[in-house]
Structures are given as structure tokens and as C-alpha cells.
Design a protein around this ligand. Structure first.
Ligand SMILES: *[C@@H]1O[C@H](CO)[C@@H](O)[C@H](O)[C@H]1NC(C)=O
Ligand SMILES: *[C@@H]1O[C@H](CO)[C@@H](O)[C@H](O)[C@H]1NC(C)=O
Ligand SMILES: *[C@@H]1O[C@H](CO)[C@@H](O)[C@H](O)[C@H]1NC(C)=O
Ligand SMILES: *[C@@H]1O[C@H](CO)[C@@H](O)[C@H](O)[C@H]1NC(C)=O
Ligand SMILES: *[C@@H]1O[C@H](CO)[C@@H](O)[C@H](O)[C@H]1NC(C)=O
Ligand SMILES: *[C@@H]1O[C@H](CO)[C@@H](O)[C@H](O)[C@H]1NC(C)=O
Length: 358
């Protein structure tokens, strides 16, 4: 305090770097600011191309109070960062395509409108998750995202994969939630994602809309969230954003090798680890590929010489199968997982064909 206390002390003078770390009280931390989800039709039928609220803000919303975070703040920070990815995926679709691009690619004349409406729902999720985070915690802001699609068909494949993967991490987050109200919100959100997915299966893919008696449960939600980091442009996030996901294991990611013909149950699966700087280190012990489908999992030996295994023939070829490499049968702890997860879309068949050829 050599320079005295108060606003004029050097520490309090906003410099460009200091000001970005000083909490800026903002209307956004007030849930009654802006359109309210469940009350405003902005989150259902807005049909513009400009980013809808709160997708039009940049930067993180800083905490306005100090003190202990609420019990599920970290969960909703993770979910809000994931939601920025999902919202941005739909917003990109709205900006890059129009009704005729989908029609010319053989999809219905309602597809573009639905993509806009789903984008609106996802904007509502952004606001709902912002509101679930207490004022003692930062609400993460948007980064830049690059998604692997180049035309309407590969966009809609990714759309289906994103929706069905979101079911998997939402079920996992249920296991982390501490408050009953958070669990109820997670169920309501996963039901909404499921409607988005069902619409696409019926209208776009003209396929059976169902995935069997249960969607796939994967217990370690943060690993699925970490998988979505591949779409985040490195270094593009607001500096105040917390690590995504927290905690982050940074597991090596994998894909079926190029030239894989089938990822149906019973197929041989050879994987390659896709991040050059992040490879698994196999030692002399048994490894398993653990496959999750519905509410069950099946472990199959993983051959670390050839990085090969077999997708269990027992599973129905519906919905998705999630595969991880683990050093314990059943991948009974999150620490036992050494690579993955890998999402293997099963139905409709056209989806896995486009997925394998892209
Ligand atoms: C975002 O949208 C809201 C609601 O339409 C509007 O009030 C606000 O000014 C917009 N903010 C920016 C930065 O464009
Ligand atoms: C925001 O959170 C940080 C870290 O917990 C804390 O140091 C800071 O005092 C909080 N800001 C306000 C305005 O209370
Ligand atoms: C739709 O997009 C295509 C391709 O990007 C473009 O050629 C066409 O003019 C657009 N149509 C309308 C109605 O904007
Ligand atoms: C959209 O397609 C449906 C059925 O294929 C058709 O009946 C309808 O007239 C089309 N609407 C427009 C606006 O083109
Ligand atoms: C299997 O993966 C490991 C770990 O990245 C790698 O060292 C090895 O070369 C791979 N084996 C084959 C046959 O590609
Ligand atoms: C996989 O299934 C086994 C056998 O039912 C179970 O003991 C294990 O906990 C399951 N693994 C996970 C990660 O849920």
C-alpha cells in the first residue's frame, strides 16, 4: 500500500490486461435481463440469421460476488461451455446454408427452418445454464469453433452425432449433480436434445426414429465433453473461461483407421490415435476396449500391438456405441480409461456410411 489505498492506487488503474481480470458487474448476471426461456418466443421461432441473445455476447460473464460457489456451479460451467459449442454449430449452419441448399441436397424444404428453431432452443439453453451458475462463479463465454463438415449431408450427420452424444454426457452429468433441481433441469434438457435428434432421424434420414429401449449411458461425462474440445479453435476462448471440462483428463482421442468398412456389432475395429502430441503409453499389462450401449457395457481384449479389437456382436445396431480403451475390465473408474471415448453411430446405416467416408 505504498501508494495509498483507494481507486487511484496503481493496482486499481485499469490497464488493458488488468481490466480483463477485474469483475465487470453486468446485466447478464441478472436472470430477468433479456428474453426469458420459457416465456420468450426468441428461443423457439426466431428466424433471423443474426446471433440471438445470449449468443450475441462475447466474453465471459464475471462473478459479481465472492464467496463459496453453489454446489453445481462447476457442472453448469462445464455444460455452458459445451452448450456454446452446440449453439455455435447450429448458428454456423444458419449462417452458411439456406432453405434451398438443403433441398438441393435432397433434404426436406423444412430442414433449414428446423435448424433455425433448434439454434433458438440452444440459445435458450445458453441462458438457462447461465442462470443456473451462481453469481459467485464465472459464466464461460464463447470461443471459436471449427467443425468437420463441408456440405449439408455431412452437416446433418454431425448434427445427429452431436445430439446423440449430448444424451450420453447429459446422463453422465446426472451422476455428478448434487442438487435435485439440477438433475430435473438435466432431464428436461436431454429430452429436448432427444426431440432434435428424433426430428432429424424421421425427416432428414427417413429412418426409424428410435434407438432401442435406452439411449447410451456413459458415466464419465467430462470425457465426452473433452472429446468436443477437438472442435474448439486452440487459444480462442475468453481468458477468464475456466478449464473445459473441469476436471480435464486430456485423454488421447482415437478414430477408426482410414478404410474401415463397418462399425457394426461384430466388426473388427482398428483405431488410430489422432493427436500426435497425445498418444497412449501402453505397458506390459492387459488392456480392454470397453463398449457402452444402452445401459450396459461389454469389455473385449484390446490388442496393443495392432490397436485392434472387435465390436461386441451382442449389441443391437441402434443409436450409438461408445468405446474407450481401459486398463480395467468394465472401465470401473474414470482413471482406468486410457484413451477415448470414440463414438460409433449405428443407425441409420447411411449415417455410419457417411461418417466412415468423411
Ligand atoms: C443481444 O441481443 C439482445 C436481445 O435482442 C439485445 O438487447 C442486445 O443489445 C444484443 N447485444 C449485442 C451485444 O448485440
Ligand atoms: C470472483 O471470484 C474470485 C475467485 O473466487 C474472487 O477472488 C473474487 O473476489 C470474486 N469477485 C467478486 C466481485 O466478488
Ligand atoms: C442459398 O445458398 C446458395 C449457396 O450458398 C446460394 O447460391 C443461393 O443464392 C442461396 N439462396 C438464397 C435464396 O439465398
Ligand atoms: C415442401 O414440401 C412439401 C412436401 O414435399 C410440399 O407439399 C410443399 O408444398 C413444399 N413447400 C414449399 C414452400 O415448397
Ligand atoms: C498403436 O498405438 C500406439 C500408441 O500410439 C502406437 O505406438 C503404435 O504404433 C500403434 N500400432 C500400430 C500397429 O499402428
Ligand atoms: C460396466 O459393466 C460392469 C458389469 O455390469 C459394471 O460392473 C461396471 O461398473 C460398468 N462400468 C461402468 C463404467 O459403468
Amino acid at each position: 500500500m505504498a501508494y495509498g489505498s483507494g481507486w487511484c492506487s496503481p493496482a486499481a488503474v485499469p490497464s488493458s490486461s488488468a481490466s480483463s481480470t477485474l469483475p465487470a458487474p453486468t446485466e447478464l448476471s441478472d436472470p430477468s435481463y433479456g428474453p426469458i426461456p420459457g416465456e420468450s418466443d426468441v428461443y423457439t421461432t426466431y428466424d433471423g440469421t443474426a446471433r440471438p441473445f445470449p449468443g450475441n455476447i462475447t466474453g465471459a460473464v464475471l462473478n459479481t460476488t465472492s464467496g463459496a460457489p453453489e454446489a453445481d456451479d462447476v457442472l453448469f460451467q462445464n455444460l455452458l461451455s459445451a452448450e456454446w459449442i452446440i449453439f455455435s454449430f447450429y448458428q454456423q449452419g444458419v449462417e452458411r446454408f439456406n432453405a434451398s441448399t438443403f433441398v438441393e441436397a435432397g433434404f426436406p424444404n423444412t430442414t433449414y427452418e428446423r435448424i433455425q428453431q433448434i439454434r433458438d432452443n440452444e440459445a435458450g439453453h445458453l441462458r438457462i445454464f447461465q442462470d443456473q451458475i451462481s453469481t459467485a462463479s464465472i459464466k464461460p463465454g464463447p470461443c471459436q469453433y471449427a467443425f468437420p463438415y463441408d456440405d449439408p449431408a455431412s452437416y446433418l450427420v454431425l448434427q445427429t452425432i452431436i445430439e446423440i452424444s449430448s444424451m450420453a454426457f447429459l446422463t453422465g452429468l446426472e451422476l455428478q449433480a448434487r442438487l435435485g433441481a439440477s438433475r430435473a433441469a438435466l432431464v428436461a434438457i436431454s429430452a429436448t436434445e432427444s426431440r432434435h435428434n428424433t426430428w432429424s432421424l424421421i425427416d432428414n434420414w427417413k429412418s426409424v426414429p428410435f434407438a432401442g429401449p435406452s439411449d447410451t449411458v456413459y458415466p464419465y461425462a467430462n470425457q465426452i465433453l473433452d472429446f468436443t474440445n477437438q472442435w474448439v479453435v486452440e487459444g480462442s476462448c475468453p481468458s477468464q473461461n475456466p478449464v473445459y471440462p473441469a476436471p480435464r483428463q486430456h485423454l488421447p482421442q482415437m478414430n477408426p483407421i482410414k478404410g474401415t468398412k463397418s462399425i457394426l456389432p461384430g466388426s473388427e475395429l482398428v483405431v488410430s490415435f489422432t493427436q500426435s502430441g497425445n498418444q497412449p503409453h501402453f505397458v506390459e499389462k492387459d488392456y480392454y476396449a470397453v463398449f457402452f450401449h444402452g445401459v450396459n457395457n461389454i469389455s473385449v481384449p484390446f490388442d496393443t500391438k495392432h490397436n485392434s479389437t472387435t465390436i461386441p456382436k451382442e449389441f443391437e445396431a441402434l443409436g450409438i456405441i461408445i468405446a474407450v480403451i481401459a486398463d480395467a475390465e468394465g472401465a470401473t473408474t474414470k482413471e482406468s480409461v486410457v484413451a477415448g471415448p470414440l463414438i460409433l453411430p449405428q443407425s441409420p446405416a447411411i449415417l455410419s456410411e457417411i461418417y466412415l467416408s468423411s
